[in-house]
Write a protein that binds this ligand. Sequence first.
Ligand code: GNR
Ligand code: NI
Length: 169
Amino acid sequence: MALLPILEYPDARLKRIASPVTEFTPAIKKLVDDMADTMYDAPGIGLAATQVNVHKRIVVIDISETKNDLKVFINPQIVMADGEIVGEEGCLSVPGYYDTVKRASHVVVRAQDALGKTFELEATDLMAVCIQHEMDHLIGTVFVDHLSQLKQIRVKTRMKKRLRETERA
Ligand code: GNR
Ligand code: NI
């Protein structure tokens, strides 16, 4: 069990574009395990490698109440998206801030598992939202980037204040 530090908005490293995983090595398997540990400990329902400063296309998600339904998405691609859902989102990289974002309500994602095996998953509602939120991280986008400029400035101000306070504590 290993917990990884999570980058916090507006850290510039959250803007990096992740690269595809080309070799499914034991190190990738270990990273997936550590990402899952970090997500469960936070606690959160998803985590993208970008958030732990690893710029590879790797996402873990578990939206179950019982926290025993881990899904791993390596090199994920959305192959179908339709419908609309407006839901409240939060992010482990933007602690304490929640706001609504419009997303597709129904997606089909194609990805590889930790062993490199390709699979497709159809998802709706919260799972669909979470997949889109995590895949955004892989292209350097945080949910705050979908909000108005005014809100983005307010969130940045709030996060910088928080950082000053946590540095003093
Ligand atoms: O834990 C999380 N909850 C959440 C709630 C609504 C929409 C998206 C999410 S993902 C978030 C964890 C996280 O920051 N993943 O990147
Ligand atoms: Ni997030």
